[in-house]
Design a protein around this ligand. Structure first.
Ligand code: UDP
Ligand code: MG
Length: 336
């Protein structure tokens, strides 16, 4: 059992035995499966059993990276036991809970496979669907998403997801039925690009689609959670959608600037109207409306100015947020 203590995503790229760029790799997998795990102790055994059975049938070299996203239950212990018994398994232990997408990113940095598959640990995504994704990738697509026909989730969740989905499609410019489904396959080229983006609050399916030239979507099954309850409350969902809006476009700020311009133009138009009216009809009540016209022009300019400042702040924000997306405490796997 080798245990590496690493710090940043770049370290893992440099030091992980499974993917060193310059050195010959001990074992490179054809397929890497990355699974974020946050308090899923009751699901892990069944998951690993079903996943392994599926991967063995495919008859390609595979590795499984479980990323423990700061679980407080027995998840990490279970995963370490599995890694000790199964040489195809690696466990990345994060220092605390960073969120599902950060955990997947940590797995991406370690994955050596030519194709990388993600799925949830709660068995809502049936591992048995993986061959379908791989078949689609083999057709030449860079990203293949699953979409859940019969979603087994509460009504409020489905409605919220539908809204987020529309927004994502708009922001990314790639229309997909189901951005929320994490049962997905990516070619390693896309995965490398995602890792290089090194973004703090990222929404991986959206990022992948914005990077890929050819992406496809296929229907996959969806089951009830095997055990436990969803880790996404209203607040976490809301935060995810804000990440999406600000992470993929400066549209809100630009809309603000546009409003400013429109108000200013309307103010000028109103002023011209008052001037003509004054010449034809005579002055209006003590010039009150003239004052309004002038005011509108200035308010418009003010909104525009705020919008512009926001634009720059937004761009600086995009540059500055270089905080590490996740921190790794250790990597556990059998030395291969
Ligand atoms: N997850 C994670 N970190 C978190 C929240 C969730 O790694 O902070 C994992 C979780 O263990 C599961 C997947 O992300 O494997 C999806 O989470 P969940 O099932 O709670 O989301 P839902 O299915 O309700 O969208
Ligand atoms: Mg789930």
């Amino acid at each position: 059992m080798s245990t590496l203590s690493l710090q940043s995503p770049r370290d893992i790229v440099a030091q992980s035995p499974s993917r060193q760029m310059d050195m010959p790799q001990k074992q490179q997998a054809d397929i890497s499966v990355v699974i974020p795990v946050f308090n899923e102790a009751a699901n892990i055994d069944m998951l690993h059993q079903r996943l392994s059975a599926t991967l063995q049938q495919i008859e390609r070299r595979y590795e499984i990276w479980y990323v423990d996203d700061g679980s407080s239950d027995a998840s990490l212990e279970r995963l370490r036991q599995i890694a000790e018994q199964d040489s195809n398994v690696g466990v990345i232990e994060l220092t605390r809970n960073f969120g599902q997408h950060a955990a997947v990113l940590a797995g991406f940095a370690a994955a050596s496979g030519a194709i990388v598959v993600t799925l949830d640990a709660d068995l809502q995504n049936p591992p048995e669907e993986i061959p379908k994704l791989l078949a689609k990738i083999d057709e030449g697509y860079e990203v293949v998403g699953g979409w859940r026909e019969e979603r087994q989730d509460p009504v409020f969740r489905k409605a919220a997801s539908k809204l987020i989905n529309e927004m994502t499609s708009l922001a990314v410019g790639v229309k997909m039925k189901d951005y929320g489904c994490m049962l997905r396959a990516y070619r390693s080229g896309i995965v490398r690009q995602i890792v290089d983006c090194d973004e703090r609050s990222s929404f991986i399916p959206a990022l992948a689609n914005s990077l890929a030239k050819r992406s496809a979507e296929i229907e996959v099954g969806h089951a009830d959670r095997f055990s436990g309850s969803s880790k996404y409350g209203l607040l976490k969902l809301l935060r995810l959608s804000f990440d999406l809006i600000t992470g993929f476009s400066l549209l809100p700020i630009q809309l603000m600037s546009l409003t400013g311009i429109l108000v200013a133009v309307a103010g000028v138009g109103f002023g011209v109207f008052l001037l003509i009216r004054r010449l034809l009809v005579g002055p209006e009540v003590e010039g009150v409306f003239t004052l309004f016209a002038i005011l509108f022009v200035f308010i418009g300019i003010l909104i525009l100015a705020v919008g512009l400042v926001g634009e720059y702040v937004g761009r600086i924000y995009l540059e500055v947020r270089r905080r590490p997306t996740y921190r790794i405490r250790a990597i556990h796997h059998l030395s291969r």
